[in-house]
Design a protein around this ligand. Structure first.
Ligand code: GLU
Length: 313
């Protein structure tokens, strides 16, 4: 460990937190923010913030700013300017063009029921078509029958056969919006991200992202997937499931509970300390091996008392 190294020492580590502004931070996104921050800072790395505002129909006015305020109140200070994906559309278009020039993607107008009937693994029906659809179509990238695995920093080995388990996947949606899978890969490369710590719900997107990185000649970052917080009905906390916003007036308690949920052992009396002081302690003592190797943990670990009933967005 580098506890004794000078604070000014830098490393090549670049981490990031990449919320979608579909709502304010809730207990689940707080955990991803804290874990990615601590992993970056304990490795003398940078922690970047990227706002994934690519899906206007799902976004809530004011949510992006509220997330920035919440992070500020929690003492989670990011490095550099926030990158907004809505400013990156030309870059995504260029990459799409590159894939198309190399004949690595194609148009598809299959409907949801058709894809359901395929067992939700796209069977490449549109790949062989000579008459590509002209009006409403998604763009899919071609996948191959190949195993893609990661040695996840939290969960251990994980792998998928991208062709058989996933099939050709969408990189631009029928509504012409760029798909998350494409944008995230382009921006992780653009921001030179070396480490991605995020929720377990995204582990099964990781082989798709690696397959795109390989097609585009990008390097593959290290990945760590932390447990996702679920409500008492077993649903992932999310705006769709009405996850309450965290109340950053309770910053100290929130950070304390987040550290416990991440398997760290903050001293019992540190709840009295400021969020910043607790984070300083946690940077010194961060142990990613102590993070539970679980897909999910119940939201009772981050108690109702830390949740705002007044937070409006
Ligand atoms: N924007 C995604 C989300 O909020 C996270 C993307 C990522 O970390 O790769 O779920």
């Amino acid at each position: 460990m580098s506890n004794s190294s000078p604070a000014s020492q830098t490393s090549n580590y670049i981490g990031r937190f990449a919320p979608s502004p579909t709502g304010a931070l809730h207990a689940g996104s707080l955990l991803a923010a804290v874990a990615s921050y601590l992993d970056a800072k304990s490795n003398q790395g940078k922690w970047l913030l990227r706002m994934e505002d690519l899906d206007p129909p799902r976004e809530i006015a004011g949510a992006a700013n509220q997330i920035l305020q919440q992070l500020n109140s929690l003492g989670l200070e990011w490095d550099g300017e926030v990158l907004y994906q809505s400013t990156r559309l030309d870059a995504y278009e260029l990459i799409l063009q590159q894939l198309s020039n190399k004949d690595l993607c194609y148009r598809c107008d299959c409907t949801r029921p058709q894809i359901r009937a395929m067992g939700n693994v796209y069977n490449g029906a549109c790949r062989q078509r000579s008459n590509a659809p002209e009006n409403e179509y998604a763009i899919r990238v071609k996948t191959a029958d190949v195993d893609i695995g990661i040695d996840d920093l939290v969960q251990g080995h994980y792998q998928q056969n991208i062709g058989k388990d996933i099939g050709d996947f969408v990189i631009r949606r029928k509504d012409r919006l760029f798909a998350y899978q494409l944008a995230v890969v382009v921006d992780d490369d653009y921001q030179k991200v070396t480490h991605i710590i995020r929720g377990f719900d995204l582990i099964d997107s990781t082989p798709r992202q690696i397959s795109l990185q390989r097609l585009l000649g990008f390097s593959t970052p290290n990945y760590g997937h932390i447990p996702v917080i679920i409500n008492d009905q077993g649903q992932k906390l999310s705006k769709q499931h009405f996850a309450p916003a965290i109340d950053s007036n309770n910053a100290s308690q929130l950070i304390f509970l987040a550290l416990q949920a991440l398997g760290q052992s903050p001293p019992a009396n540190s709840q009295q300390e400021s969020a910043q002081d607790q984070l300083s302690w946690a940077i010194q003592h961060w142990d990613i091996q102590a993070v539970p190797k679980l897909a999910n943990i119940p939201d009772t670990t981050i108690q109702d008392s830390t949740i705002s009933d007044t937070t409006q967005i």
